[in-house]
Design a binder for this molecule. Structure first.
Ligand SMILES: *Cc1c(COP(=O)(O)O)cnc(C)c1O
Length: 508
């Protein structure tokens, strides 16, 4: 066999092609983002329609890139929910930023694998640096053991795996046989994220053993009820495994009382994981940090740069206060990965279940350096001010009420149907409203979203449906929030008119 038959040229594009195609791609991306307000925030389509539009076999001969790019702009972009739209207020608003996007492109091009020090020293060093920066921004010890993971759900899974190893030493090797038939419990509030149950299921603790402690009137976990739940379980022979506190709950942006919860955990030597996926980074503002309290009592902590720090999806920071906790739970080195690294030459593969992993530190490094902490704080303050402005409009208007409040730019509201409205001189009372009012809020949300002007999601609170508005996207401006408010007013007016028509028709 000889090499004569092998192709002479690589299938790779030429440098000229790359520059030309790269410029074209950037131009299309920038065009999309600069004109994103012209688009309906979300669209409506069906899987069948998407199959028809996008189906097909892989081509035998490569296609012209200009054609592929155009095809993407024409056939893919129109059928997306525009998460980067400044009026995408559903779930939690996120931002793919220019420096973040360029760094992602750069990383994909160099394609470094940040698993071992030996083959990625600067990437390893930058990950450590960025993790220290972010720890500093939220007030967590900078020498904590950290790692960038693809999401907060995974981070909570990892943190609870560390807690499991902490409570059942050797569980990692012997499995739950090491636990001698004990039943473990994980405590969190009734407002906590579903990732706690998902982790409990995957870790063999069992979703039934997640105890959802009732929250107080402000949707915060009650430390007293937490303590009683732990006492009750301990008496009946269960073993507490961990407590998960939330800083910035999904439904209403509530903050669990960390000091009190930490005291409950400290007395019982219980692992405290703080899920600050949404709320954590807002503590960069001292006025928010003071209200939230210090994260230092958390044995483990997760914050999500891909939520409010302008990073693309896939960037979550997990920390364990005690060095060696993560590697103690996950390190396992097969022969082919043995390197002769020293004490300080860190291998990130030791800290999670991932082996191959990208270079997610670079986008964070570019983002923080490009904007600077000063302007990031300024943006955060603008978002909070715009949220308070919207709240003031809602409070003035007879058709709205606010069932919960948050220190974050997360506005929770309800449309109060005219049949349930009391005169403006009386306090608005949702308790009188029933199923009809909840249904009307679902209709309200659907109408707002169908307008294409904004996208909002809903939450189920203990007294019914509510609508949530999350502000945070890098492009969201005063005018966007005014437009959102106009949309709310218009939809409320339309629903009032429909209601009046309905009662006239009924009278006739
Ligand atoms: C967003 C969020 C999560 C899930 O984060 P992912 O990164 O999407 O996995 C978990 N908990 C809280 C409190 C969140 O806000």
């Amino acid at each position: 066999l000889s090499v004569e038959g092998a192709a002479v040229t690589s299938l790779e594009w030429s440098a000229d092609e790359m520059v030309r195609n790269g410029e074209a791609t950037l131009r299309r991306l920038v065009e999309y983002l600069e004109h994103i307000r012209d688009r309906s925030v979300v669209t409506d389509t069906t899987p069948l329609a998407m199959d028809e539009l996008l189906g097909g076999e892989p081509p035998e001969r490569g296609e012209d890139f200009g054609y592929i790019l155009n095809d993407t702009v024409c056939r893919v972009l129109p059928h997306l929910g525009h998460w980067n739209h400044p009026r995408f207020h559903g779930y939690f608003s996120i931002s793919g930023s220019y420096p973040g996007a360029l760094a992602e492109l750069f990383c994909a091009g160099i394609n470094v694998n940040t698993m071992l020090w030996q083959t990625a020293p600067a990437a390893v060093a930058l990950e450590g640096l960025v993790l220290r920066w972010i720890a500093g921004m939220v007030g967590y010890p900078p020498d904590a053991e950290g790692v960038i993971v693809p999401g907060a759900s995974l981070a909570t899974f990892y943190a609870l795996a560390v807690a499991r190893e902490h409570v059942v030493p050797g569980c990692r090797r012997a499995g739950f046989a090491a636990a001698a038939g004990r039943r473990f419990r994980i405590y969190t509030s009734d407002q906590a994220h579903s990732s706690v149950e998902r982790a409990a299921g995957a870790l063999g603790v069992g979703t039934d053993n997640v105890v959802r402690v009732a929250s107080d009137e402000g949707y915060r976990m009650s430390a007293d009820r937490l303590a009683s739940a732990i006492e009750r379980d301990t008496r009946s022979g269960c073993t507490p495994l961990a407590v998960v506190a939330t800083v910035g709950t999904t439904a209403t942006g509530a903050v669990d009382p960390m000091t009190e919860i930490a005291a409950v955990c400290r007395d019982r030597e219980l692992w405290l994981h703080v899920d600050a996926a949404y709320g954590g980074l807002w503590s960069l503002l001292p006025e928010i940090g003071d209200q939230v309290g210090a994260f230092t009592a958390a044995d483990s902590l997760v914050v999500n740069p891909h939520k409010c720090l302008f990073a693309a999806i896939g960037s979550s920071c997990l920390y364990c206060r005690e060095s060696g906790s993560l590697s103690g739970a996950f390190r396992l080195v097969p022969e082919y990965l043995h390197t002769s690294t020293g004490e300080l030459e860190l291998d990130y593969m030791d800290r999670t279940l991932q082996l191959g992993r990208g270079f997610k530190a670079l986008p964070l490094w570019w983002i923080v350096r490009s904007y600077g902490l000063g302007r990031i704080r300024e943006h955060f303050r603008t978002m909070i001010r715009l949220a308070r402005w919207l709240e003031a409009r809602l409070d003035e208007h007879p058709a709205f009420m606010r069932p919960a409040r948050s220190i974050y730019p997360l506005v929770t509201l309800r449309f109060v149907p005219s049949s349930d409205r009391v005169p403006a001189t009386q306090p608005r009372n949702w308790a009188v409203a029933g199923t009809h009012a909840c249904e009307q809020n679902v209709v309200f949300r659907e109408k707002v979203n169908a307008s294409g002007k904004a996208f909002v999601t809903q939450a189920h609170l203990r007294d019914g449906v509510a609508i949530r508005v999350s502000l945070g996207n890098i492009r969201t401006s005063r005018d966007d929030v005014r437009e959102l408010w106009r949309t709310f007013e218009r939809v409320a007016r339309d629903l009032d008119r429909d209601h009046e028509r309905g009662s006239h028709d009924g009278a006739r």
